[in-house]
Write a protein that binds this ligand. Structure first.
Ligand SMILES: [Zn+2]
Length: 551
């Protein structure tokens, strides 16, 4: 990245060069790198101002205005937006991106067993017989067949490959006959401690292994650093096609951060900007990282510390105030004893670090908020910007009032209402079902709410659609009173995310001096029928004024 003085020199050189040009070509025009004009440029500034033309130099926005800016500036690259809508690039303030082995298949967006079989067939052809195939993210709730895939389904697609495919949530996997054979699991193998080898009514293993799928997974060969690095570059780069120009990766180990550092140091890579959250995995391990919190630059930096309070709704394991629907007195659980969680939060707070705390169930949310309020009362910190990830259940009004008062923020996933509809309907009821993943109510309490994906799925338009419509996959509307406007949803996915990263002065809106991170949309997101929000295509993505994706 250029430092200030070289930027300054280049600007001066640009001015001198412009001044030296023949008068008939560009009398007194100021040189810029990029001008986009004839667009509907949605700035997402305080008043959501709309402009026609934007001028960019050295990766930053110089000026926005009407077509008269063309008389003032000239640029090496001029593009006519043809009336298209330009908005700030999306900032996904809670996601998880990693490099995957070549043998891995992403199953998070698969909608049928038949589609899963096509992916397996293609991967088997790519890798050859005998090679392990792995995958993650299927859920019977989203499969057209309405059932789980079993080993026979995998065998049909690739009879000569050992296969293990983990269900979304990670509590079970389906494995192929070849994989069972290599793991020496037969119909008489006893269940592993804490796990289940599922068998059909005839006592035959059906390929599903619950909780202890490692009895097969341990046989999968390790992947190489090189293949993971190459895959990380592809997976991060893919975000640009979804209009995402910045992410906060919500949970990484220091060695994984080193991989990000190597990638971002490569010349010419086209990537979104990343902030990495280290998980509070062990106090000694984190101590080595301590000196580096806040390190980095505008492309890669170390973000807040990640803390896990409870689980999610796939187990279900979110920690709730009232028992789950039809599950006796089961209320989920905390990830660690409450005293341990409280002491971790206090320790991190006292170290002066920002936290992003995973809290999904209403009981977990209320415990975390009370702990933070105690910590802030005992040891006040200005502008700590600690936030809760998820906030999937609506807590008491008193809790939201405390959050507003103490500046405890949220990064929320309205897309969960859409993709996890089946989980909520299975586990919750009444008021707490209707108010799943609330956005309106915390905003009305004065809480800062950013919007993010948590990769379910990654595309921001699903979250924006669900935030505005409150619709699940089936079309059912959940708690219409939690809906927000399209402007609020866009702000949630841009400037509000920038704020959580202490970067509202450099990104999140299109204003002079800010980074020229911006996207061109196929349709006007401000006026489109909400039912068609998910059909909008990302036509171009710019990071720092550079065109990094073109549809
Ligand atoms: Zn997450």
């Amino acid at each position: 990245m250029k430092n200030l003085s070289s930027t300054f020199v280049i600007s001066i050189l640009g001015l001198l060069l412009a001044a030296c040009q023949p008068a008939d070509e560009s009398p007194n025009k100021i040189a810029a790198d990029l001008i986009l004009n004839n667009g509907k440029i949605v700035s997402v500034d305080e008043t959501f101002s709309i402009f026609d033309t934007i001028v960019v130099t050295d990766g930053r926005i110089v000026e926005l205005g009407d077509a008269s800016l063309l008389d003032k500036y000239e640029a090496a690259t001029m593009r006519d937006l043809g009336g298209k809508t330009l908005i700030p690039g999306f900032i996904d303030s809670h996601t998880h991106i990693r490099g995957r082995p070549e043998r891995y298949i992403e199953l998070g967006e698969v909608s049928s067993i038949a589609e899963m079989q096509d992916l397996i067939r293609a991967k088997a052809a790519e890798l050859g017989d005998g090679e392990w195939i792995t995958g993650y993210g299927w859920s019977e709730d989203e499969l057209a067949e309405g059932r789980r895939p079993l080993r026979g389904d995998l065998d049909i697609a690739a009879p000569n490959n050992p296969i293990t495919l983990t269900r979304a949530g990670g509590h079970s996997a389906v494995v192929s006959t070849s994989a069972l054979g290599l793991a020496e699991i037969n119909n008489n193998t006893p269940d592993p401690e804490g796990g289940v080898i599922e068998r059909d009514e005839n006592g035959v293993a059906n390929g599903i292994i619950r909780e202890r799928q490692g009895i097969v997974g341990r046989l999968v060969p390790d992947s190489t650093y090189e293949e993971l690095l190459a895959s990380l570059e592809i997976n991060l780069g893919d975000l640009l096609s979804k209009g995402i120009t910045s992410i906060t990766d919500a949970s990484k180990r220091p060695d994984e951060y080193a991989m990000f550092e190597e990638l971002y140091a490569k010349p010419g890579v086209k990537l979104p900007r990343s902030a990495i959250q280290f998980q509070w995995f062990d106090p000694e391990g984190i101590a080595e990282v301590k000196a580096r919190v806040g390190d980095g630059n505008e492309f890669l930096k170390i973000g807040p510390i990640k803390v896990f309070a409870d689980g999610g709704f796939t187990g279900p394991a979110a920690f709730t105030k009232e028992p789950y629907l039809n599950q006796g007195d089961y209320r989920g659980y905390l990830n660690m004893p409450a005293e341990e969680l409280v002491s971790h939060i206090n320790e991190i707070h006292d170290a002066g670090w920002q936290m992003g705390i995973h809290a999904i169930g209403d009981a977990a949310i209320e415990l975390v908020v009370d702990t933070l309020v105690d910590a802030l009362t005992r040891n006040p910190r200005e502008d700590h910007r600690t936030y809760l990830n998820h906030f999937s259940m609506r807590p008491s009004d008193a809790t939201m009032e405390k959050m507003a008062e103490h500046g405890i923020h949220i990064t929320q996933q309205p897309n969960f209402t859409y993709t996890l509809e089946g989980r909520y309907v299975a586990n919750l009821d009444g008021w707490r079902l209707e108010h799943n993943n609330p956005v309106r109510s915390p905003m009305d309490h004065g809480i800062h709410v950013a919007i993010s994906s948590d990769i379910l799925p990654i595309g921001p338009l699903v979250g924006i659609y669900a935030a505005v419509t409150r619709k699940g996959m089936s079309g059912r509307v959940f708690g219409a009173d939690e809906a927000i406007t399209i402007e609020e949803a866009i702000a949630g996915y841009t400037i509000k995310g920038a704020y959580l990263g202490f970067e509202e002065d450099i990104k999140g809106s299109l204003e002079p001096g800010k980074l020229a991170d911006m996207i061109v949309l196929s349709r006007d997101i401000l006026t489109v029928d909400p039912e068609e929000i998910m059909d909008i295509e990302i036509e171009q993505t710019y990071v720092g004024g550079e065109l990094v994706y073109q549809n």
